[in-house]
Write a protein that binds this ligand. Sequence first.
Ligand code: CP
Ligand code: NVA
Length: 300
Amino acid sequence: MKKDLLSIYDLEKAAFGEIFERAKSLKKMLTYGEHHTPLRGKTLGMIFEKSSTRTRLSFEVGMHQLGGTAIFLSKRDIQLGRGETVADTASIMSRYLDGILLRTFSQELVDEFARHATVPVINGLTDLLHPCQILGDLFTIIEKKGEYDGLKIAYIGDGNNVANSWINAAARLPFQFTLACPAGYDPDEAILERGMKEGNVNLYRNPSDAAKDADVIYTDVWASMGQEDEHEERVEVFKDYQVNGALVSYAKDDAIVMHCLPAHRGEEITDEVIDSPRSVVVDQAENRLHVQKAIMEMLM
Ligand code: CP
Ligand code: NVA
């Protein structure tokens, strides 16, 4: 049966280890210039309804490195954007392609697409979730800290797609996840409730409570794609949730700082912090490539 990657919560615990081990080998092979092309002759279709720098490039380059081809499809330019049904699009595309990556607004659309596709479907971000991001981030944490078991990961900011996927990871893996966000900007209620029940997840209003003794400080934009109209209002609501030098001083001395990027410097994170030696954002972005290659190799 084909396997999709729609949510981190769907992954078995063993799958995390497999992905990270494989990503480590693939990264090493690339460093040594070894060619590894198991996806020769295969094609990934990539449907984007939202902008992307890292996700698009890392999947496209990753597919190329694995010997396959990736085709970028803007939702505007395919018939899906003119009302062809999700079911028809998914089943027809499955006849040409060996895997499909989707970045769009609605998680329901991705889930429906996956139900009708006969090839693996990968969630490249929805308003609700961003699973590939958090898999790359966990791999980066392993590289920097040796493991994620027992660590305290503190997320400061909006309870958005990235926060939701972190909570899903915390429901599956043994790390502590603390999140500080303003009232009214909580993560998805059902995901949060399940994360608190099944994992070590705590929600705070005060950023320093979440950041205290953390091993990782993580943040993301205050207004996600699709929320541009709320930007001004959000900058006001979130102003006390900035990851700056004062907030980072609550974390452990050897804490690292992460951001999925793109960053709005001077809003959710200061230049001083994102450009400091603690910041691992560039390695974090690179690791999307290695982890997603592992994912594509496993699914396709
Ligand atoms: N972090 C991330 O997904 O970046 P892009 O929006 O550039 O793909
Ligand atoms: N929360 C952000 C993540 C971007 C990678 C957004 O959805 O725009």
